[in-house]
Design a protein around this ligand. Structure first.
Ligand code: AMP
Length: 282
């Protein structure tokens, strides 16, 4: 597996692959890789001739007081995971390579979409995500790029950005990979103490309860009923503090009053100081 630290190295390698007529898949990550990331690389390797993964903790998507400095980093382990799953090149730039002195251009989606869900408590987050993902698309020029449904809002925002900016890349959304007890895999799970890890199961418990209610009703259910049930389940866990639990349209991300096919039910919950997100689409 090639380890590239500069934009130029990536461009040269991709150019050589293109000259051979090979297709290229991109998997953007912030490292501290787990089975969720690994599933994206596996999907990319099965659909593309060559796979590029990026490992870059992107400072512009962290707000003041968030966990930029403490975000877990383990590049050696990341390389092992990537190589085992069939990644051909990892792009691991320094911050100055991506944001050289004088950097001043951002990609910002100016719709209500980025102000919903995580956008309420993380107002500059999606501007950072769109900016770094745009740069990665320009650097790697992939045929396809792979994103997890775990970050459902990010996936919807990127789909809209690709449409709006005419990026010639196909966005592939991949299912959420979970631990055996249902907790969605996340690099931030490493912040949890043993007690908090056990408390964190409440996110999936609330999802399961909601799914059961929706399945049992068989028709459209008022969103309030589903959301109150989820809030009740989460509130039973003393370590848990709800940031949001919402039902929105899966494409526009605007709130809906009735839960039906295509509705995205998403939640963000603090377990101690750690903010965890999860979701499901009806
Ligand atoms: P991150 O390193 O957290 O920025 O995530 C990089 C990519 O991996 C994003 O597209 C995430 O949605 C995806 N991802 C993270 N966790 C999971 C998971 N548990 N299942 C599927 N995809 C995931």
């Amino acid at each position: 597996m090639i380890i590239a630290e500069t934009i130029m190295e990536v461009r040269e390698q991709v150019r050589a692959w293109r000259a051979e007529g090979l297709t290229v898949g991109l998997v953007p990550t912030m490292g501290a890789l787990h089975e969720g990331h690994a599933s994206l690389v596996t999907a990319a390797a099965s659909q593309c001739d060559r796979v590029v993964a990026s490992v870059f903790v992107n400072p512009t998507q962290f707000g003041p007081g968030e966990d930029l400095e403490s975000y877990p980093r383990d590049f050696e382990h990341d390389c092992q995971v990537l190589e085992a799953k069939g990644c051909d090149m990892v792009f691991h730039p320094e911050v100055a390579e991506m944001y050289p002195e004088g950097f001043a251009t951002y990609v910002n989606l100016e719709s209500e979409m980025t102000k919903q869900l995580c956008g309420k408590s993380r107002p500059s987050h999606f501007r950072g995500v769109c900016t770094v993902v745009s740069k990665l698309f320009n650097i790697v020029t992939p045929d396809r790029a792979y994103f997890g449904q775990k970050d459902a809002q990010q996936l919807a925002v990127i789909r809209q950005m690709v449409r709006d900016m005419s990026f010639g890349v196909e966005i592939v959304g991949c299912p959420i990979v979970r631990e055996e007890d249902g907790l969605a895999r996340s690099s931030r799970n490493t912040y949890l103490s043993a007690g908090e890890r056990s408390a964190a199961r409440v996110l999936y418990r609330s999802i399961t309860a909601a799914r059961e209610m929706i399945a049992a009703s068989g028709v459209e259910v008022p969103a309030d009923e589903v959301l109150s049930l989820m809030r009740r389940v989460v509130s039973e866990e003393p370590e848990a503090n709800i940031d949001y639990i919402e039902a929105v349209d899966g494409v526009s991300l605007m709130p809906v009053e009735r839960v039906k096919k295509g509705t995205l039910i998403a939640l963000a919950v603090y377990i101690g100081k750690t903010r965890l997100i999860d979701n499901f689409t009806v």
